[in-house]
Design a protein around this ligand. Structure first.
Ligand SMILES: *[C@@H]1O[C@H](CO)[C@@H](O)[C@H](O)[C@H]1NC(C)=O
Ligand SMILES: *[C@@H]1O[C@H](CO)[C@@H](O)[C@H](O)[C@H]1NC(C)=O
Ligand SMILES: *[C@@H]1O[C@H](CO)[C@@H](O)[C@H](O)[C@H]1NC(C)=O
Length: 497
């Protein structure tokens, strides 16, 4: 490396280091006024006097006058080296009286912290009408908080906020149609979206078999990262309208199990319900639910998703694409473990580089008879020699009528039955007719769009020969004179009509 370059690199590294330090300060520091109080000797005195008034003080506090007392059992604030004039926006929920032991109901305390964060300083706007809360952070401080009502964000029109670092448990009277964290707006805003850039990170959500985990309604650029969501009765995560909710590195299950659960037959609920567009589910495990991921919006992508929720044999589904003719879904590098994929009238669907274990298969379900722009390629399927086909059709509501650009090919199979839209075969015989029967392998019945063949004959005569029939996915080649010959055939179905 040249010296000039080295200097440049060093500057960059130092720049990064100072960024890191700034970040660490931002994460751990207390509001500025805490520090002032702590450093003058009267802090404890004041705290005791003010305890009596804590509840009146704890309502609608602005950041300019941050919480100055801790309700038991919150720890006393610590002094930090916060530079004067800075205004860190960390809202530590025990300071608001939330009980980190999970014994007392912390709903109101948590809602006060959230309200303060929303009313805290903001720096301009993100999307039009969405004020920028400047990275406000609601810190759950590693506690477990009992809540009896959804933590619903107060008003639409704010963003750049993080909730992280703790556990929430629904109480026995939590509303069964609620979500522990609810990003639906309790009032409307001038923005066309409710929220933007809300991050929920490092959270354990226990829905106590009442309601769901997180609902994200009409929001933009939402992040759900490293969350563990269990005991939901409706949905682990619901995403409705909006754009770009990114769910990653998370674990969801109705029941806490590592597979082979005796109650598996009874699993219910949906782990992730995507009723919006442009979302991504990345590196997520779904260990129990009737449906792992339900998709009814467009342009969603699922990658690294491991579904071992309720097995297909018990009526479960790993990934259900319920959006006839607007599919536009990419499922790549996923692991479907005893539970498969169902796609209704798929239109633009890619399923590739995925692993299907335990007779898991892909079901294409006809609603209006459309199957267009489908690539099911380069997957692995493993089963138990029961003859289960890797891709199946459900035509109980009518046959697929419009089949175009469908490629099911290059999948490998162990202990299951291969199905494809591209196939090769050969037959050897002595006579005037050669038939290669592709019906066991071709996915769609009685559909061959393309045939290529060659006839190889070593005899003294050169016969004239022709393709005569493809009916029933059986390719028939005939010659004018009897010859000993081998016929090699390649067929395709579902390619451009
Ligand atoms: C499954 O549900 C049925 C009916 O609700 C119940 O009788 C049965 O005990 C449950 N099985 C398990 C293993 O939980
Ligand atoms: C092919 O069949 C013809 C007539 O049936 C017979 O004469 C001939 O020996 C056969 N050739 C081979 C290679 O079996
Ligand atoms: C093709 O084969 C089918 C089934 O054997 C038969 O019904 C049909 O008449 C054949 N078509 C032609 C053009 O020979």
């Amino acid at each position: 490396m040249e010296p000039a370059m080295q200097r440049k690199m060093l500057t960059i590294v130092m720049g990064l280091a100072s960024l890191l330090i700034a970040h660490v300060n931002g994460e751990t520091s207390l509001p500025f006024d805490h520090q002032k109080l702590t450093s003058d000797g009267h802090y404890l005195d004041q705290m005791q006097k003010m305890q009596a008034f804590k509840h009146s003080l704890l309502t609608r506090r602005q950041l300019a006058t941050p919480p100055t007392i801790s309700s038991s059992p919150a720890p006393a604030p610590q002094a930090t080296n916060q530079p004067p004039g800075s205004r860190p926006s960390v809202y530590e929920v025990t300071t608001y009286g939330a009980d980190p032991t999970g014994k007392l109901d912390s709903t109101e305390a948590l809602l006060r912290a959230i309200t303060d964060a929303f009313n805290g300083p903001s720096e301009g706007f993100l999307m039009k009408g969405i004020k920028n809360l400047g990275g406000a952070h609601i810190n759950l401080q590693g506690g477990n908080y009992l809540i009896s009502k959804p933590l619903r964000l107060p008003a639409a029109g704010a963003g750049n906020l993080k909730i992280s670092g703790g556990a929430l448990t629904a109480s026995d009277d939590f509303p069964t149609d609620g979500y522990l964290i609810d990003l639906s707006a309790s009032s409307s805003s001038s923005s066309s979206y409710n929220y933007e850039y809300i991050t929920m990170k490092d959270l354990m959500l226990d829905c106590n078999f009442r309601g769901g985990g997180i609902s994200v309604i009409n929001s933009l650029r939402t992040s759900i990262d490293n969350c563990y969501i269990s005991h939901f009765s409706t949905e682990g995560i619901l995403v409705q309208n909006g754009h770009e909710t990114y769910i990653r590195n998370s674990f969801l299950g109705q029941h806490i199990t590592a597979g082979g659960d005796p109650g598996e037959r009874n699993f219910s609920g949906t782990a992730i319900n995507l009723m919006g567009n442009d979302n991504a589910v990345t590196d997520v495990v779904i260990f129990s639910a009737a449906i792992g991921v339900m998709v009814s919006g467009q342009a969603n992508t699922l990658s690294g998703v491991h579904c071992y929720n309720k097995a297909t044999g018990f009526g479960g589904t790993g990934i259900y694409l319920k959006l006839p003719s607007l599919t536009q879904t990419r499922i790549v590098n996923c692991y479907l473990d005893y539970t498969g994929i169902v796609a209704e009238d798929p239109m633009q669907l890619t399923i590739s580089s995925s692993f299907f274990l335990g007779d898991a298969f892909i079901l294409l379900k006809s609603i209006n008879g459309l199957a267009e722009g489908i690539n099911i390629v380069d997957n692995m399927f493993a089963g138990s020699d029961k003859g289960i086909e890797i891709v199946q059709l459900d035509q109980s509501k009518g046959p697929f009528k419009k089949i175009d650009q469908v490629v099911v090919d290059r999948n490998n199979v162990k202990g299951m039955t291969l199905k494809a839209t591209v196939a090769r075969g050969s037959v050897k015989g002595n006579g005037t007719s050669w038939t290669v029967d592709f019906s066991p392998v071709l996915l769609f019945p009685n559909l061959i769009n393309h045939v290529q063949y060659s006839l190889s004959s070593g005899g003294a005569t050169f016969p004239r020969h022709a393709l005569r029939n493809v009916s029933g996915n059986r390719v028939v080649i005939e010659s004018d004179i009897a010859v000993p010959a081998s016929v090699f055939v390649m067929v395709e179905q579902g390619s451009a009509s």
